[in-house]
Write a protein that binds this ligand. Structure first.
Ligand code: SF4
Ligand code: SF4
Length: 324
């Protein structure tokens, strides 16, 4: 796996040292509170670091920056007109199955549903929909072996564009049924991971990303929020912690030692944590980095289901041993 990346000598410095990303993110805080959004927004509101993010976005390799701009342009169709006549929903189970089939036929690799939850909102965020449809789209594992080069960055942006297209198409279909629906993709004012976990798509890994059985962490996530009445999936246990506790692959391979081997208290939850002050600067310079998600054993193609099954069996076996 290549680890070279262009590291330009940047022509600026901070006048004052900015606040630590870990403080902004609530590391060590025992009370529950919403996350603070400082970048990766939709552009709907001014974020503290959005200009700096734009600067780093523009100095990315040309193709990556161009695809990023095209993706942003596509997202102008994330919301739109709603048909005047509303389709009557007689069975939540039937409409949920229909929506999932549509998502898969439009190109999603996996799909789940969740009620809208407050954990998906940033501080000050106001999103008023009842339900979430969360979709995953895999990245090409051969291309992603080239993290942190422009080749992997291009594949990441291609996956973003594909998942944006799928989410936009699905939201259009729902609006054509007369129900509100909006697609949230890259640069959304919404936290996708809590919704994906609640929609039964996977669990949080030590590297701070979602792990699913279908694609490990080598995928992108998008969400369609809607008022269409839906049945909800339930969170699943695929034994992510069972492996993360003993595995140190991402911890060792992270070039800036940003990944912690212990869980930490973050805004009232004990969870895996990535040091923002170490990860974000490297991530920003290294065309999106992504080393941790690509070295993760779950990301090996066609590995996830058998790995989960093996780990769950081992857990049961250990429990039985303890009882004897
Ligand atoms: S590389 Fe290992 S420790 Fe890191 S997230 Fe994957 S399974 Fe967990
Ligand atoms: S994205 Fe890169 S820098 Fe950030 S935690 Fe993963 S490996 Fe480390």
């Amino acid at each position: 796996m290549k680890k070279n990346f262009p590291s330009p000598e940047l022509p600026f410095a901070y006048r004052d040292q900015p606040l630590s990303g870990n403080i902004i993110n609530g590391l060590g805080e025992t009370n529950k509170r919403a996350a603070t959004q400082i970048f990766h927004g939709s552009g709907a509101r001014e974020l503290e670091w959005s200009k700096l993010e734009l600067f780093f976005g523009l100095i990315n390799p040309f193709k990556v920056s161009w695809l990023n701009l095209v993706n942003r342009w596509m997202l102008r169709d994330a919301d739109g007109r709603i048909a005047k006549s509303k389709r009557k929903i007689t069975s939540h189970a039937d409409i949920t199955a229909e929506i999932k089939d549509l998502a898969l036929s439009f190109g999603a690799g996996s799909v789940g549903t969740s009620p809208m939850i407050k954990e998906a909102l940033y501080k000050g965020g106001e999103i008023n929909y009842a339900n979430a449809i969360v979709i995953l789209y895999p990245m090409d594992s051969d291309e992603m072996q080239h993290v942190t080069t422009a080749r992997a960055g291009t594949e990441t942006m291609r996956a973003y564009m594909e998942i944006s297209r799928t989410a936009i198409e699905l939201s259009k279909k729902i609006r054509a049924m007369g129900w509100r629906a909006r697609a949230y993709c890259e640069g959304a004012d919404l936290l996708h991971i809590p919704l994906a976990i609640n929609a039964g798509l996977g669990q949080l890994g030590k590297h701070g990303s979602l792990i699913c059985r279908e694609f490990g962490s080598s995928m992108r996530i998008a969400t369609i929020l809607t008022d269409l009445p839906l049945d909800h999936d339930k969170p699943i246990d695929i034994a992510v912690d069972d492996l993360c506790i003993g595995c140190r692959r991402c911890t060792i391979d992270c070039p800036v030692d940003a990944i912690s081997d212990e869980k930490h208290m973050v805004r009232g939850d004990d969870k895996w944590y990535v040091d923002f002050d170490k990860c974000v600067p490297y991530f920003t310079e290294a065309v999106g980095c992504g080393i941790c998600i690509e070295v993760c054993p779950w990301s090996k193609p066609d590995r996830g289901f058998s790995l989960s099954e093996k780990l769950l069996k081992k857990r049961e076996k250990n429990k039985l041993k303890e009882l004897k």
